[in-house]
Design a protein around this ligand. Sequence first.
Ligand code: ADP
Length: 454
Amino acid sequence: MPGTLSFDALKSQVADGTVDTVLACLVDMQGRLMGKRFHAANFAETSYDETHCCNYLLATDLEMATPDGYAAASWQGGYGDYVMKPDLDTLRSVPWLDGTAMVLCDILDHHTHQPIPHAPRAVLKKQIARLEALGFTAMMATELEFFLFEQSFDALRKSGYRDLAPISGYNEDYHILQTTKEEAIMRPVRNHLYAAGIPVENTKGEAEAGQEELNIRYAGALDCADHHTIAKHAIKEIAWQQGHAASFLPKWAANRVGSSSHVHQSLWKNGTPVFFDGADALGMSDLMRHYMAGLIAYAPEYTYFLAPYVNSYKRFLKGTFAPTKTAWSVDNRTAGFRLCGAGTKGVRAECRIGGSDLNPYLAQAAMLAAGIKGIEDRMPLPPATTGDIYEDAEAAEVPRTLRAATETLRGSAFLRQAMGDGVIDHYTRAAEWEQEEFDRAVTDWEIARGFERA
Ligand code: ADP
C-alpha cells in the first residue's frame, strides 16, 4: 500500500535524526494495532527484516486474557512465538507523534514462515486472491463513526465510566458550528492522517451529541482496511493528546444512537468499474446483482464479523438508522444494504449492518467471500425493497444476539469453504469466549432491577 516512506527514505531520515522511533505493528483479532516501538537505528539495520511476538496476540480478547479452546495458541502449546514480518510497502511517517514512523507486519509461523491463516491481514488477503483469480479487484471504503467525550480516557476509567459526557450538547449531524468546537481534535486527525498517506475525504458531525464521522477515499480492500485501522488508532491517540476520549463502542447509552461502520464496495477490472451497466435502469451490471445476492443471502452467516461483541447487538434497533433486516434498497437508509450511486460509474453496494467495533479486515473478507459465492453461483438478486424496511415482515432478520450470530458462523458451510475450517473454528471460539465472559458478569442493570425488589 502506498505509505509515505520508502525504506531508503526511512534510512536517510534515521541517519539525519528526523525519525528515532519505528512502530512495528500487527493487527489483532479485535482490529487493534499491537507490537513494539523500535529504536529507528535498530529497525533500519536489522529488524526491518523480521521481529517476533507471542502467539497469544491472535488468541486473546480486549482484556488480554488467555482463553482456552484455541487450537492455534494455548498453555499446553506453550504460547510460543510468531514472526512479525514488516510489510515495507506500509511504511509511513506518524505525524501526530514526534520522530516516529510506522510499519504494519504480516504474521508468519515461527518455523515454516508460512502465513498464519487466522491473522486478520491474512484472512483478507486470501479473499482478495480468490477475487483476483476471477479477474477482479475490490474497491472498498469504510466509514468510521465514533463519539468524542469531554473527559479523558484515564479520567473516565477512574470514575468507572459513570456520567459519560459527550463533547457536545446536541445532535450535531452535519453541523458546522458544533464541529468547529471539535476542531482541536478533528483538524489534526484529518491533516495528520492525510500526511501519513491516508486519503481523508472529510469529517462531519453525526446524528447524536458528540458523534463524529470520518470518511476516507475508497481504495483496494487491503489498503482500505489498513487505512481504517490506522485512522481509528490515530483518532484515539489524538483525542488523548487533547485530553479527551474517543470511543468506538457501538452503543454506549441505551437512549442514544449507536456508531456504525458502513462498508462501500465495488468490483473493478483493469481500472474499470464492472458493477456499472449503462443499459440497466439502475446502472447495475449482472455481476453486481450476483455479488449483492451473495452479500444479502449470506449476511446472517457472517454477521459476527460485522458485530463481534455482546454490545454490538444493542445497536440493532428500529428507527435508529442501524438496520435489522438483510434486504436491499435504492438509497434507503433503513435497509441492511443500500444501493449508492445508482445509474453512475460510482454504483456500489453499501453494507449498513456493521458497527464501529468491526475489524475491517475480517468484515471485508467475509463480504468478499459472500460476493464471490454470489458470482460463482450466479445467484439471482431479489427485488429491491422500498419504504420503512424495519416494518417489512418479509425481509430476513440479521441475528439479534452474539449467541445467535455465533451459531450461524459455526454452521456456515460457505464460510468454512471460503476461509477454511481452522479460521472459522478460531473465530467461533472468540465469539463463544466473549459470550462466556459476559455471562459471568453481574451487570448494573441486574443490580438496579433486583437489589431491593427481587
Ligand atoms: P455517503 O452519502 O454514504 O456518505 P459518499 O458519497 O460520501 O456517501 O461516499 C461514501 C464512501 O464511498 C466514501 O468513502 C467514498 O470514497 C466511497 N466510494 C465512492 N465511490 C466508490 C466506489 N465506486 N466503490 C467503493 N467505494 C466508493
